[in-house]
Design a protein around this ligand. Sequence first.
Ligand code: C2E
Ligand code: MG
Ligand code: MG
Ligand code: MG
Length: 291
Amino acid sequence: RAKELGLTVGTYDSSQDASSTDHLALLAELQDAFAADDQIVLHLQPAVDLVTAAPTGVEALVRWRHPRRGQLSPGAFLPAVERSELLIPFTRRVLDLALAAAADWTANGINIPVSVNVSARSLTDPTFPAQVTEALRRHRTPASRLVLEITESVAVSEQEVVDEVLARLRSSGVQMSLDDFGTGFSSLASVTRIPVDEIKIDRSFVDEMIDKPAAGAVVRGAVELGARLGVRVVAEGIETIEQRAALIELGCPTAQGYHFCKPMPADKIVQALTQLMEDAPAPVTRLRADG
Ligand code: C2E
Ligand code: MG
Ligand code: MG
Ligand code: MG
């Protein structure tokens, strides 16, 4: 059973868990979850233009509708998935659900990309770029419609393969986004090493920017960095109108957070995006002086 569950993967270390029995049970349940087909679901959260609130993209956030424990957040099961061989089928399922959702809003005339979070361990898997292009092919979706969000860097010993994987993804036309920018390994060093199309300023800075000048300075710095590098900048976790005003003041173009939209079940997203587009003020049209 252990072998079947992929516990022979070299990176697995049962001492990392409070209880390896729990871990085993969780993995067994996860295998059932894949078979059940309605247990692994995505919640979707739009990113919007800070000024107009028009949607610019949608992020896929995974949930596990556990038959007994209710809805589980990624933090409750992703670490177990990431240390097992379930990571590949899990990633496939998430990509399929995300691309299917994107096909839905595209069919409704809303042409914005879907963002999918990628586990650091997938970036050390030389077959990962092919898994992504296969998923795009299955859904007949152009690569430019997919944004992959990455966070952690990985062990130095694996940097070569990571760089290779990132280069292959980028050359396939997929967009890359640096998530949680400014924290942990998602740092200035990453920006110089990894070619990205977008940076997402970590929620912790947005949280504190009103009260702490230093947090505001980090946000301002990230916005300027993005402008200089020619990459999009998204502020994460915006919850208040004050934060919205402050971010606009700093020239931040785009944001994501409860202030605009909470993550929602996939069957609600087309309606929500349509509403955001209807509510957004029309682009300012210049009056003709000779009119
Ligand atoms: P993340 O990619 O940085 O996603 C943002 C998290 O902040 C999400 O938590 C989202 O629900 C939450 N959030 C959004 N707006 C607000 C806000 O205004 N206020 C607050 N307090 N929170 C907000 P969630 O869904 O629990 O996901 C947590 C993390 O799990 C994600 O962080 C991402 O790193 C990871 N994750 C989610 N889905 C997947 C997935 O399919 N695959 C992988 N590998 N990781 C995933
Ligand atoms: Mg993310
Ligand atoms: Mg983030
Ligand atoms: Mg995060």
